[in-house]
Design a protein around this ligand. Structure first.
Ligand SMILES: Cc1ncc(C[n+]2csc(CCOP(=O)(O)OP(=O)(O)O)c2C)c(N)n1
Length: 328
């Protein structure tokens, strides 16, 4: 079925939102950390894992989700949250550790949580898979047609919870979709050194569920594969596995010297950059004019600037609130 113009433009706008937001975060992050890298320095303290390059995955999947569907993210989840329809201001404020942030500044960039959007993520690799399966079980028991999606990296696909969760989801036919983002590396370890099969999609066969490998640099390829898997889950036909082959242009974390990336690799993947390629396609096919595409870029840049201003001007949490909402 042809995809409507509005949807195509929305896909482009979402990818751009993720890219421009994170490019600005990268700049702000280094503001306080040079010339000497001090991980605790403001304005954005702590570790930072960026999603730049992988935007087509979150965008293509989340375009099929409703706000009341559940998403379990990862340690690299700004993109998942933005694609789910997240609030840029609250997201930026959380990165800054401010009181107006998603978790009142207590979570930081790896622990984003938005109850209204049914979104959560965390730094324990693969821990979101059983969470998504649990949400899917709840949806099924409540007779709802909602879907839960767990995004994970290729490294996380090797933890026990991945296999146990898929097995349980398959026998109970739960409405859950596992999206593996294969960005070639788990920190510095290439998938060929950690995973016996070529593609994680092949593992689906072991659980009797559909598994597909898609080009994660092509938002339409992801959109189509996710559309099928999510519709299948909504119909009550059970889980699916989608592996998206993609690339992160930055290091595993900000400050990673990336010595494990062979020379020329990034240049090759830059040719497949999902954002300029999709923009060119939309212009070529008459969906957008050059001027309209530029206007979208300006609008998105303004939203990011507004989020930054909001975060900078927001107050810090009160010291006496440090233990509030914390389980001890
Ligand atoms: C259970 C667990 N083991 C190890 C780590 C340390 N760790 C943090 S990120 C990472 C690699 C993750 O790689 P992948 O799942 O491929 O995701 P990517 O970073 O490529 O997005 C590891 C091993 C962790 N956070 N949790």
């Amino acid at each position: 079925m042809p995809v409507e113009r509005e949807k195509l433009v929305e896909l482009y706008r979402t990818m751009l939102k993720i890219r421009l937001f994170e490019e600005r975060v990268a700049e702000i992050y280094w503001e306080g950390k040079s010339p000497v890298f001090n991980i605790a320095a403001d304005p954005i303290p702590g570790e930072m894992h960026l999603y730049i390059g992988e935007e087509a995955v979150a965008t293509g999947v989340c375009a099929h989700l409703r706000p009341d569907d559940m998403v379990a993210g990862t340690h690299r989840s700004h993109g998942h949250y933005i694609a789910k329809g997240g609030d840029l201001k609250k997201l930026m404020a959380e990165l800054f550790g401010k009181k107006t942030g998603l978790c009142q500044g207590k979570g930081g960039h790896m622990h984003l949580f938005d109850a209204g959007l049914h979104f959560g993520c965390g730094g324990i690799i693969g821990a979101g898979i059983p969470h998504a399966v649990g949400a899917a079980l709840a949806f099924k028991m409540q007779g709802k047609d909602n879907v839960a999606v767990s995004f994970i990296g290729d490294g996380a696909a090797n933890i026990g919870a991945f296999h146990e969760s898929l097995n349980l989801a398959a026998i109970w036919k739960l409405p859950v979709v596992i999206v593996v983002e294969d960005n070639l590396y788990a920190i510095s370890v290439p998938k060929s050194k950690s995973t016996a099969v070529k593609s994680n999609a092949e593992r689906a066969a072991a659980y009797g569920i559909p598994g597909v490998l898609v080009d994660g640099m092509d938002v339409m390829a992801v959109y189509e594969a996710a559309g099928e898997a999510i519709a299948r889950a909504r119909r009550g036909e059970g889980p699916s596995l989608i592996e998206c082959l993609c690339y992160r242009y930055r290091g595993h974390f900000e400050g990673d010297p990336q010595l494990y990336k062979p020379e020329g690799e990034e240049e090759e993947w830059r040719k497949k950059d999902p954002i300029p390629n999709f923009r060119a396609k939309l212009i070529r096919e008459g969906i957008l004019t050059e001027e309209e595409a530029n206007k979208i870029q300006e609008e998105v840049a303004a939203l990011v600037a507004e989020a930054e201003k909001f975060a900078r001007e927001s107050p810090w949490p009160e010291p006496e609130e440090a233990l509030k909402h914390v389980f001890l």
